[in-house]
Design a protein around this ligand. Structure first.
Ligand SMILES: Cc1cc2nc3c(=O)[nH]c(=O)nc-3n(C[C@H](O)[C@H](O)[C@H](O)COP(=O)(O)O)c2cc1C
Length: 341
């Protein structure tokens, strides 16, 4: 109810500044137990139904998508906003600056965003420190992994293996990001020639880590919505053949059909929000049809309302995530979705 007022103030700021201000406030509140409890009293829905997926028990079906808390600084406060799981990252092995600013643009009348962040972040060691803090019981914490911009595609597996070693003891699941449009060449890793070799290496690392820690960490692969039907089927087959645990669909799109003619549309980067909703739901339905229940899907892309979340679940997702919906609808969206499910 109050969000339209804060939104008007936040939208006066440049998008990345607005995000930094919001995240810093949530992080600050999340570090003070009585503030965390106050947030939880407003935003959490304790009676939400738990869900089992990837061998994990999620307290509810709604999570925060990757990119919101890239450095793991706000997850404790964000957990008090009602999310059942939080995907921190994308984290790269070393710190890197990302693309030059400005690199995030609002298409306010379309409730959409274009971003070309390019994985800015403080690097794996810093994020690992953030994840060592005490955790709310039941919260599922995922870490989304990305390759360093300077790492050649042929050497990408090494970056992901290094990140798996750091985060396997700290996270509940890992997400392999090969679908961001903002790291040159990254999405090529979704093609069979790269993907088979990459996922084979990651599956072997997963087994090695399971032997070391006595527990197998689930690995999910996050896909782009821009794959054509053949590429999508191939990617799904390779993920299943590698024995990985699930698929996150989808990342942002490089397509602009749904925002054609909009003054912001020519900005380079990935489009998210309402302009992505139907495209992402279509991809989820295609993946689910091909998987035929072989693996669970986390559905993400333009969930701006409880109906959008329902459509993702009806298309075959087991869990959903939101990002741009938080920008336009505020944190109350989580509870609204959970109430409606
Ligand atoms: C500003 C911004 C930054 C993002 N950064 C990442 C990222 O680092 N890693 C990632 O896997 N996805 C990232 N995403 C994509 C989201 O996780 C999500 O897949 C996509 O935005 C579609 O969901 P939405 O329409 O609810 O935002 C980012 C999205 C936005 C808007």
């Amino acid at each position: 109810m109050l969000y339209p007022i804060s939104r008007a103030a936040l939208f006066k700021l440049e998008p990345e500044t607005a995000h930094a201000v919001t995240l810093a406030a949530v992080a600050r509140m999340g570090s003070v137990p009585p503030m965390r409890a106050a947030l939880a009293a407003c935003f959490c829905l304790p009676e939400a139904e738990p869900v089992e997926a990837f061998g994990l028990r999620f307290p509810n079906r709604v999570g925060l998508a990757a990119g919101y808390d890239k450095d793991g600084e706000g997850w404790r406060g964000l957990a008090s906003l009602g999310f059942g799981h939080i995907e921190v990252g994308t984290v790269t092995p070393q710190p890197q600056p990302g693309n030059p600013k400005p690199r995030v643009f609002r298409l306010v009348d379309r409730r959409s965003v274009i971003n070309r962040m390019g994985f800015p972040g403080r690097g794996a060691a810093y994020v690992a420190e953030q994840l060592r803090r005490p955790r709310k019981p039941g919260l599922v914490l995922g870490v989304n992994l990305g390759k360093q911009k300077s790492t050649a595609l042929e050497d990408a597996a090494h970056d992901y293996e290094e990140l798996m070693e750091v985060f396997a003891p700290l996270a509940d699941y890992l997400a392999v990001n090969i679908s961001s449009p903002n790291t040159p060449g990254l999405r090529k890793l979704q093609e069979r020639s790269f993907l088979g070799a990459l996922l084979g290496r990651l599956a072997a690392k997963q087994t090695e880590l399971a032997d070391n820690y006595g527990a197998r960490i689930p690995i999910l692969v996050k896909l782009a919505p821009d794959l054509d039907p053949d590429q999508l089927r191939t990617a799904v087959d390779v993920i299943v053949e590698a024995g990985l645990d699930g698929i996150i669909a989808t990342n942002t799109t490089i397509a602009r059909d749904t925002v054609e003619g909009h003054p912001i549309a020519p900005q380079e980067g990935g489009l998210s929000g309402a302009a992505l909703t139907d495209m992402s739901t279509g991809i989820i339905a295609a993946i689910a049809g091909h998987l035929d229940g072989a693996l669970p899907i986390i559905g993400v892309g333009g969930i701006m309302s409880p109906e959008d979340a329902r459509d993702k679940l009806d298309a075959g997702a087991t869990l959903v995530q939101i990002y741009t919906g938080m920008i336009y609808e505020g944190p109350g969206l989580v509870k609204r979705i959970l109430r409606a499910l």
